[in-house]
Design a protein around this ligand. Structure first.
Ligand code: KG4
Ligand code: ZN
Length: 347
């Protein structure tokens, strides 16, 4: 049995988790800074790193307590070293280095985007039932390859072809705003609270997704995305009114914007799934918590579409532990000179 304590501080969540054999979650603690950043309508990097410093030790202690383990029971430490905000990443990396050195444990360095993909290998308990068999299993279990990962988060929008564990091919990505960034910016335009994603999903519930025909950037036949034109189109409508939209108008704008984002993401994912003959599509990252994206992609893709529970879609450390297990058993360890790489890419 391999037990890894994983730490994640790349953005605005201070998170620590203990994961066994890359799939069993023994603890999963996430301290969100959402309320600290809400007044700014986005993440304030300096505020984020200070909050990480305050939260990191209690969060790690709680993760160990809830796992009912001591440091001697651990086999390794894992930490996200990029991509993300430099000041935020540094807090996690330095905490992990200090602990690993002090406790004489190996250190595994993890790419945040790869961790989002590995959320799919975590076991989840839902209403008494364990994860469907195709998703469990330390070796991919029934999840065979190739797989298509759509990573949609606050900082990234990428379509990745995964031919095997650790083997990634970049098919396309955003040329401007990330999908989550578009949700957050449009949420602000609509006068909704931060983060915009869940707020827009809520506001859109009773709206008509066809009320406004917002533009879709198809970008010919590429697998690239662009959301800045869509954001400007929403701005133009909002500017026609003196007050922030409310009631039906708000619901229709939110639903129409959400439909435009989901239309492009799901159509391109479905086309890539067919072109590359994948066995399943993995929705990864914070935006994959979106119910309409999940439902529409599942409708359009000719293969199963898997989505972790929302708590494992948004930033967490359990996914870092799942990913670290792969690297650890393959013998990959970080040196004491490990540094943060804010612009780290997956491919
Ligand atoms: O993966 P994540 O927690 O952090 C990053 O790595 O960026 O993603 C955060 C993003 C935010 O932009 C947030 O608005 C978006 O995920 N998000 C959603 C939903 N829940 C979170 N977007 C659309 N619908 C949701 N339900
Ligand atoms: Zn993330």
């Amino acid at each position: 049995m391999i037990r890894i304590l994983a730490i994640e501080t790349s953005c605005d969540e201070t998170a620590a988790a203990v994961v066994e054999d890359g799939r069993r979650i023994l603890s999963n603690i996430v301290a969100s800074q959402v309320e600290l950043h809400a007044p700014y309508g986005g993440i304030f990097p300096e505020v984020a790193s200070r909050a990480h410093i305050e939260a990191i030790v209690p969060v790690i202690e709680q993760a160990m307590r809830e796992a009912h383990l001591g440091f001697d029971d651990l086999d390794a430490l894992a930490v996200t070293y990029g991509p993300g905000l430099a000041g935020s990443l540094l807090v996690g990396v330095n905490a992990a280095k200090g602990l690993a050195l002090g406790r004489n444990l190996p250190l595994v360095a993890i790419n945040h985007l790869e961790a989002h993909i590995y959320a799919h290998w975590l076991e989840v308990e839902s209403e008494g039932a364990a994860t469907p068999p195709q998703l469990s299993g330390g070796d991919g279990g029934g999840l065979s390859f190739p797989l298509l990962a759509l990573i949609v988060s606050g900082g990234h929008t990428e379509l990745i072809l995964m031919r095997d564990h650790g083997q990634y091919e970049y098919l396309g990505g955003t040329l401007d705003d990330a999908a989550g960034e578009a949700f957050d910016k449009v949420g602000r335009l609509l006068g909704l609270s931060y983060p915009g994603g869940p707020a827009i999903q809520g506001a859109a519930q009773d709206g008509n997704p066809e009320a406004c025909r917002f533009p879709r950037a198809w970008l010919d036949d590429s697998y690239d995305f662009s959301f800045s034109g869509l954001k400007t189109a929403v701005l133009r409508v909002v500017q026609k009114y003196d007050d922030p939209p409310q009631g039906r108008l708000l619901a229709d704008l939110a639903a129409s914007f959400q439909a435009a984002v989901v239309d492009v993401l799901s159509a391109k994912a479905a086309r890539a799934a067919e072109e590359f003959g994948v066995v399943a599509v993995l929705l990864c990252g914070g935006v994959s918590a979106n119910q309409v994206l999940r439902a529409t992609t599942a409708e359009r893709a000719g293969v199963p579409v898997y989505c972790p529970p929302p708590i494992l879609c948004t930033d967490n450390a359990a996914m870092v532990g799942a990913c670290a297990y792969r690297h650890f058993v393959a013998g990959r360890q970080a040196g004491w000179d490990l540094d943060v790489v804010p612009g780290l890419r997956l491919v």
